[in-house]
Ligand binder design. Structure first.
Ligand SMILES: [Zn+2]
Length: 126
């Protein structure tokens, strides 16, 4: 397969739709572009947005990035060793900090290294 040149406005449109929460896999089919390519654009776009706003920094720096990315509550029964990204099916999912709720439940934040998808699972308490 050879590389196609994709117009900037198509890229922008795709990234905007991804940020709005449309399924990347669905968009990949619609435009016939590999999802991995689209994740790269998304990441680039979010990085640029972050740079635009970082010179005007009231509040925590990472907040914008977090708000732009999807964050879902996953089933609490996913075994840690077989964790897969629900967005791109990559297994490069890393732990990204945990926090405790007032109820005593501990939540583990997860982040996909490929598409930056974020998720939260309930941490097993043994
Ligand atoms: Zn992913």
């Amino acid at each position: 397969m050879s590389y196609r040149i994709i117009e900037a406005d198509i890229k922008v449109n795709i990234v905007l739709r991804m940020i709005k929460g449309e399924s990347t896999l669905k968009l990949a089919k619609e435009y016939n572009i590999p999802p991995k390519t689209m994740y790269t654009w998304n990441k680039k776009a979010v990085d640029v947005l972050y740079k635009i706003f970082e010179h005007n920094p009231p509040g925590p720096k990472r907040k914008l990035l977090k708000n732009l990315l999807n964050c879902v509550e996953l089933s609490q029964n996913i075994p840690e060793e077989t964790r897969e990204c629900p967005n791109c099916n990559s297994t490069k999912v890393i732990k990204n900090g945990s926090y405790k709720l007032n109820s005593g439940v501990v939540k583990q934040r997860l982040r996909c290294k490929i598409c930056l998808f974020q998720a939260v699972v309930e941490k097993k308490t043994t």
